[in-house]
Design a protein around this ligand. Structure first.
Ligand code: SF4
Length: 498
């Protein structure tokens, strides 16, 4: 399969949601050597929600690493024949991608290879460097050349530069030095010679966990990637930790971590509900968000319906706390994804209906509370409210199980500019008017935080409260030297300037 044609239409756009950057997966096991590619495939299959633009798997026997990567979903990129071509190693690396830095093209698909002399690495990365441009210029001055425009190449080159120096405890120490040069969000899995290496940025913005499996270990962006291959969850990779896995087992190295800052949006929307962070199921946190929302913004209504799938858990919580019956009033086409059929303009108008269809028997003549996890631009919410009124709803009370998004994200989520965000530019009442709801209410920042059962100090909530753990800039495309129209100038102090 080649690059997706430019006419490819992604129905996921109609979700109106920010896009997660990527999912990473790694596996080290000599016992499972014959089926490593299949296990990696299923690991990526479980992480598909984290990126739908491209997928790739690299396999290594410690001497030779081969990779297959292409544009499309995991199931589109790989089949039995392609997986069979990846047999023969005991280290696997996998990646699903949605681009935040670098455009969506085959060259930016991962795992990426980078090397100089006899030092070669294969890298899979989730996150976004805030110093990617400056770092790349430094690395070019050090003699590195770049073929891809993603910031992953800068991470890989940086690692190669340090590995070349040959530390006594080579890989762990080299990666610690690498991490001292990287600023931003990165959860990385990497193959270097006979080792699988995983490391996570100083704040731990994006998740990364370790599991134990027959004859070795697995690393995955989320625990659902471990569950699907039968790996037993061991622990999270800590912020600022480097984990090196080889035949000798697992060894850990640690750099300083100023504070944890796991992205709270992982709880709200990005992560799969069956994944766990710090022992808590994401589904449980989402139910609690719904309960808090009912406490903070109770509506007088006849039925609570979720926007599937991400609003389901919060709607269950809202219903439980409010006593208003829960029902599925919107039916999602679960097989919608990328289609190669270009819709006509008339079809585009249908928009949301391609993905969601209302059930009049649940909605007609009712006062409806509809629960969604977030409102980004407001277009989808407006279409949704119209859809519900057209299906006969008497009142539509829109409830959002997260606070208004008031700032961009610099750490790997596709929300680069403030002017895209309805919550940054309008009051709640103005948004209610725009989307046409009877009432509108959001969960408070405090309520959302409480639902995660994490202290405020261990979460990033920057796009909700403006407290950026590290300054950032609108980085997508920055490495290509192309800043699209509408992008603000890069900032050096996001909090102060926005
Ligand atoms: S700014 Fe928002 S989306 Fe980005 S890492 Fe922080 S909480 Fe997550």
């Amino acid at each position: 399969m080649g690059n997706l044609p430019s006419s490819t239409f992604c129905l996921d756009n109609y979700a109106g949601k920010p896009k997660e950057a990527c999912g990473v997966f790694g596996l080290y096991s000599r016992t499972l050597a014959g089926e490593l590619a299949q296990r990696a495939y299923f690991g990526l299959y479980a992480l598909q929600h984290r990126g739908q633009e491209s997928a790739g798997i690299a396999i290594s026997d410690g001497d030779r690493t081969v990779a297959l990567r292409d544009m499309g979903l995991v199931s589109q990129v790989f089949d039995e024949r392609r997986l069979a071509a990846l047999e023969g190693g005991h280290i696997a690396l996998g990646h699903v991608r949605y681009s935040t830095t670098g455009s969506a093209s085959w060259e930016n698909a991962q795992p990426e290879f980078h090397g100089r002399g006899d030092v070669n690495v294969a890298v899979a990365h989730n996150g976004n460097l805030v110093n990617a441009g400056a770092l790349r210029r430094e690395l070019e001055a050090e003699g590195f050349e770049f073929e891809s425009t993603s910031d992953t190449a800068a991470i890989a080159a940086c690692a190669v530069g340090e590995l070349e120096k040959g530390y006594s405890d080579a890989v762990g120490e080299a990666l610690k030095e690498t991490m001292r040069r990287l600023k931003g969000a990165y959860s990385v899995a990497m193959i270097f010679r006979d080792k699988l290496v995983a490391f996570r940025d100083h704040h731990g913005f994006r998740p990364l966990c370790i599991g134990e499996i027959e004859g070795g270990y697995a690393v995955s962006s989320e625990t659902c990637g471990l569950d699907i291959i039968g790996a037993r969850f061991l622990r999270d990779v800590e912020p600022g930790e480097v984990v090196v896995i080889n035949d000798a087992g697992l060894k850990s190295y640690q750099v300083e971590s100023p504070r944890r800052a796991l992205c709270v949006f992982e709880y709200v929307y990005f992560a799969r509900p069956d994944s766990r962070f710090d022992g808590e199921e994401v589904a449980d946190a989402r139910q609690k968000m719904g309960e808090m929302l009912a406490e903070e913004a109770l509506a007088e209504a006849d039925v609570v319906i979720p926007v599937p799938d991400s609003g389901i858990m919060a709607a269950v919580g809202y219903s439980r706390r409010s006593g208003i019956p829960f029902a599925e009033g919107l039916i999602k086409n679960r097989y919608v994804g990328r289609t190669f059929i270009q819709p006509t303009d008339g079809m585009r108008q249908l928009g949301l209906r391609l993905k969601l269809n209302p059930l009049p028997s649940v909605i007609a003549g009712k006062r409806v509370v509809v629960i969604d996890d977030s409102i980004v631009r407001g277009n989808t919410a407006r279409k949704l409210v119209r859809l519900l009124f057209e299906a006969g709803a008497m009142e539509v009370h829109f409830r959002v199980s997260s606070p208004p998004i008031t700032g961009p994200c610099y750490y790997g989520i596709d929300m680069d500019t403030k002017n895209q965000l309805v919550g940054a530019n309008y009051t709640v009442e103005e948004i209610r008017e725009q989307i046409g709801a009877t009432t509108l209410a959001y969960l408070s920042v405090e309520g959302m935080t409480k639902a995660t059962e994490q202290p405020k100090s261990s979460l990033c909530r920057a796009c909700f409260d403006g407290e950026y753990p590290i300054p950032g800039s609108a980085a997508k495309f920055a490495l290509e030297g192309v800043i699209p129209a509408g992008f603000p100038e890069a900032t050096s102090g996001a909090q102060a300037k926005r």
